[in-house]
Design a protein around this ligand. Sequence first.
Ligand SMILES: NC(=O)c1ccc[n+]([C@@H]2O[C@H](COP(=O)([O-])OP(=O)(O)OC[C@H]3O[C@@H](n4cnc5c(N)ncnc54)[C@H](O)[C@@H]3O)[C@@H](O)[C@H]2O)c1
Length: 353
Amino acid sequence: MARRFVSINNAPLRTAVVGYGYWGPNLVRNVMERPELEFAGLCERDPARAAAYSARYAGQPVFNDLSLVLADDTIDAVVVATPPRTHHAIVRACLEAGKHVLVEKPLATTTADAVDLLETASRNGRTLMPGHTFVYSPPVNKIKEIIAGGTLGEVYFVTSSRMNLGKYQADGVICDLAPHDLSILLYWLDSPIVEVAATGRSIFQAGIPETAFITLTFANGANANIQVSWLAPRKVREMTVVGSQRMIQYDDNAADEAVRIFDRGMEFSVPQTFGEYQLTYRSGDMIVPRLEPAEPLSLELADFAQAIRTGTEPRSSAQLGLEIVMAMEAAEESLRRNGEPIAIERAPLRVAA
Ligand SMILES: NC(=O)c1ccc[n+]([C@@H]2O[C@H](COP(=O)([O-])OP(=O)(O)OC[C@H]3O[C@@H](n4cnc5c(N)ncnc54)[C@H](O)[C@@H]3O)[C@@H](O)[C@H]2O)c1
């Protein structure tokens, strides 16, 4: 097992945030609000973004270079909200400087970089956590509970659509949106992905897909299909889980009825003796479970603090982050090879003894 340094006192963990673009403001606000954390300042190298933060939070510290955060021994932890291709260098520098790190999804853009980050965290005895927010979302957790409780029976397959007229980004739509679907699927199905096939379109710039169709095979035999796109007329966040006993529809845009459980299915029996097969359709009740309201990002930060304090793995673990990067990388490889299925192979990690 890797050694992990844990805090010996209960003082709030002094936490800096790096990046104040689209998503960073949500992290700054939540770090300020969590009682387990003490906001230690923002690191933002774009003067206009730093000015927007200072206008909102007068008098709060601002650093214009990461080296200033790394050199500050009073800072325990860093939350990184910069573009994916910058994650590896920034997170590695923070871990080497002895900081615990929560990095926005995805953990890194290549498997080699993600493995390197897990090994660096282990070597330095620091908590490394990717920010897969959806594993803290009330509807996702309700469905996890239902699947784990056996109500659905055997999960045959899951479909997922995540589309909108989205913000175009150099890292491509797979890197931007698919980590959400992948984190939810790995969390629900609790089984590694063994094969990935993907097709898609790069309409505006070669090598930067705006749309992708990804098909996954899990070790437990379940399948999933994910559609991600920045080219759609309206925001769609829908998943369907089909099990042998029940089926679920999850619509993240439908606030009060985000999760609907259907007692529907098909019974197929082949007679022992020669004769016609029997097919029976089941069309029972639909149930809408009650969901407790909660802000996922706030729960994610509480889990980060708990992981640092106790040395335990957060729900959004570094291993989950690595699995997601492997699947993302395989999807991108399959896309380049016109949909050829790519098997995922796992090499053992070098963790500190
Ligand atoms: N969990 C979610 O639901 C969710 C939603 C949106 C974005 N994200 C993630 O958040 C991250 C940031 O995305 P975004 O859309 O906010 O990006 P963005 O490009 O809007 O903002 C990034 C900011 O980081 C700053 N920056 C970059 N390198 C820096 C450095 N070395 N030092 C200091 N500042 C630096 C930039 O100046 C910019 O202001 C990505 O990993 C993205 O995937 C997560």
